[in-house]
Design a protein around this ligand. Structure first.
Ligand SMILES: [Fe+2]
Ligand SMILES: [Fe+2]
Length: 168
């Protein structure tokens, strides 16, 4: 794909992906305000933006999505970078500015990302083609484990019921 179109497809993908989450937040607000038709409108358009995001991503799929070994490496590198660089920087700023909720969210996300990196690292060095087992994802902080859901999340303390299984 030629340079400008590739750049635009990336931008369009990111824009639509953001719109999806933003519109779901708008829908939630409309629900709280007791305006169900507007809630549905936001949810419907959010779904449409999700379709667009996927379609734009498909245009650049060959550039972004490689074979699984390469994808594991790049997913690992991303987690490592975000947990060792981005989140620690964000955390420092949030501390400097006394933004307690952000301090909480960024520090837990940093910890969860480093667990994600560990899971990828293990996947890179082990053959994962034989037994397939489920993962459990904390819906509060994003901690992921390949064991059964803990009684309490080791990062945020959420109870077992807050874990969502990703199973075959
Ligand atoms: Fe992650
Ligand atoms: Fe958690």
């Amino acid at each position: 794909m030629k340079e400008k179109t590739q750049k635009n497809a990336r931008a369009a993908f990111i824009g639509e992906a953001k719109a999806y989450f933003r519109l779901l937040a708008f829908a939630e607000k409309a629900r709280e305000e007791g305006i169900p038709q507007i809630e549905l409108l936001f949810r419907a358009i959010a779904e449409a933006e999700r379709v667009h995001a996927t379609r734009n991503l498909n245009l650049i799929k060959d550039i972004i999505v490689k074979d699984t070994d390469t994808n594991l490496e790049s997913a690992f590198e991303q987690e490592k970078s975000i947990s060792e660089n981005e989140y620690p920087d964000f955390l420092k700023d949030a501390e400097d500015e006394g933004e307690k909720a952000a301090v909480f969210a960024f520090s837990q996300a940093r910890d969860a990302e480093s667990f994600h990196a560990k899971l990828y690292e293990r996947a890179i060095f082990q053959s994962m083609k034989e037994d397939v087992k489920a993962y459990q994802v904390c819906q509060v902080c994003g901690y992921v484990t390949d064991k059964k859901a803990p009684k309490k999340c080791p990062i945020c303390g959420a109870p077992e019921e807050q874990f969502k299984a990703i199973s075959p």
